[in-house]
Design a protein around this ligand. Structure first.
Ligand SMILES: Nc1nc2c(c(=O)[nH]1)N[C@H]1C(S)=C(S)[C@@H](COP(=O)(O)O)O[C@H]1N2
Ligand SMILES: [Mo]
Length: 181
């Protein structure tokens, strides 16, 4: 367990604002910014991509952790495969306006997914359904719910919580909770 965390058995919901609604017919997922060509998938196209089941521990900056959570999603390695970019960072953008920033190296090599199922069921809207980013090795505010776009950028840009004093990187093992940690 990362320092300062305690284990919970339930799955708390933590959202800054209401749960946005989007129909699967309108849902798209886009990779944009510093790319050779923008990539966009409809829900059907996204669900036709190779998906993986994975079991991970998740850690919230408010100190709860949940162990062995079971998910299904598309790896960011799959989504970024063949994308030619000079970018070293991304901004994940969501329905409802939330955003979070990440170095590309934190989402490649099997470290991040766009998850659409939790515990064998479609991901519930409160937890980010139809699909959320999951980056389990960082604090959970980096795991953007209702994610719709990955904007690839050369210069790192703070997201929603990062602009409000949360740590830019958010490694729970180093207790990077707030700015200055
Ligand atoms: N779009 C969006 N994603 C978000 C948030 C949010 O407010 N909006 N909150 C973040 C925070 S601070 C946490 S701890 C986790 C909570 O995920 P959960 O509600 O599934 O537990 O979602 C993260 N992703
Ligand atoms: Mo959080």
């Amino acid at each position: 367990m990362p320092p300062g965390q305690y284990v919970v058995d339930d799955f708390p919901v933590l959202t800054a604002g209401p749960t946005p609604e989007v129909s699967l017919a309108e849902w798209t997922f886009t990779i944009s910014g510093e790319v050779d060509a923008e990539r966009r998938w409809t829900w059907e196209e996204f669900r036709a991509l190779p998906a993986e089941e994975f079991t991970v521990d998740i850690h919230c900056v408010t100190k709860w952790s949940q162990l062995d959570t079971f998910w299904e999603g598309v790896s960011l390695d799959t989504l970024l495969d063949g994308v030619d970019t000079s970018a070293e960072f991304l901004v994940a953008r969501c329905d409802g306006g939330y955003s979070t920033n990440l170095p590309l190296e934190d989402v490649l090599d099997g470290k991040a997914w766009i998850a659409f199922a939790y515990d064998g069921e479609p991901l519930e809207p409160e937890h980010g359904g139809p699909a959320r980013l999951l980056v389990p090795h960082l604090y959970l505010w980096k795991s953007a719910k209702w994610v719709r776009e990955l904007l690839l950028v050369d210069e790192d840009e703070p997201g929603f919580w990062e602009s409000l004093g949360y740590h830019n990187h958010g490694d729970p093992w180093q207790e990077q909770r707030y700015w200055g940690d």
